[in-house]
Design a protein around this ligand. Sequence first.
Ligand SMILES: Nc1ncnc2c1ncn2[C@@H]1O[C@H](COP(=O)(O)OP(=O)(O)OP(=O)(O)O)[C@@H](O)[C@H]1O
Length: 258
Amino acid sequence: MAMDTVLSVAGLTKSFGGLQAVRGVDFEVERGAIVGLIGPNGAGKTTTFNMIAGELPPTTGKITLLGEDITGQRTDTLYHKGLMRTFQLSHEYARMTSLENLMVAAPDQTGESIWSSWFANGRVKQREAEVIELARDTLDFLGLTHVGEELAGNLSGGQKKLLEIGRTMMNDAKVVLLDEPGAGVNPTLMRKVGDMILQLNEERGYTFCIIEHDMDMIARLADKVVVLAEGQVLMEGTMDEVRSDERVIDAYFGGEVV
Ligand SMILES: Nc1ncnc2c1ncn2[C@@H]1O[C@H](COP(=O)(O)OP(=O)(O)OP(=O)(O)O)[C@@H](O)[C@H]1O
């Protein structure tokens, strides 16, 4: 493993009954990189993410974060280690405001979610002021200040995506898995989501692994692209290399002339 690898998966497999959704996937994500994970529908991208993010135990294989074997560790454990993911369909708390959605993503001083201390003690304590300030700064960074008091359920698809990215910022997650940040987002906001990702990468040193079907977005963001097809890595390379590779064209279009 290279010295600057922050995340690696090796020999990862996942079977659902008789179906082998992921069949021996290997790839590495270098510190400060933006890695795109692409491939046709059903290639195993989300299943791979679910295993890395601790939502699904791998059938076999090993996942390493910052040199530590994290295979099978759960989402909340990984959250404290700085690995977070977002979802294809945003997971906001619809009946809380945007500001509150960010606040509940912050860890408290003991490293627990602030959510649990609210319920345990019935009130927000000293940390509240710091968390509110951080949440306001995060809204400002994302350009969402004007919808800070709006219920998150009322935000547009693109604003929800930005809010999801904001939730990772509240934990200062250093390795972020983004599941289709461009899905259901209009072109203007798509550009903005891309800007945020680049800004977090360049200014705060976040490392990203991104599943995305929008090839323009991947071309703009990704340093390296890993192509999955039928549960396996078909190839990896720059977007230019991937775009012109016959195997990739075949995987997407089934070898038909299009
Ligand atoms: N919980 C599950 N139970 C059974 N089969 C599953 C489960 N989750 C995924 N699969 C199957 O595993 C395969 C890979 O699915 P996955 O969602 O990982 O693909 P994907 O590359 O993310 O696709 P898409 O781009 O369409 O989101 C598919 O054949 C899917 O039907």
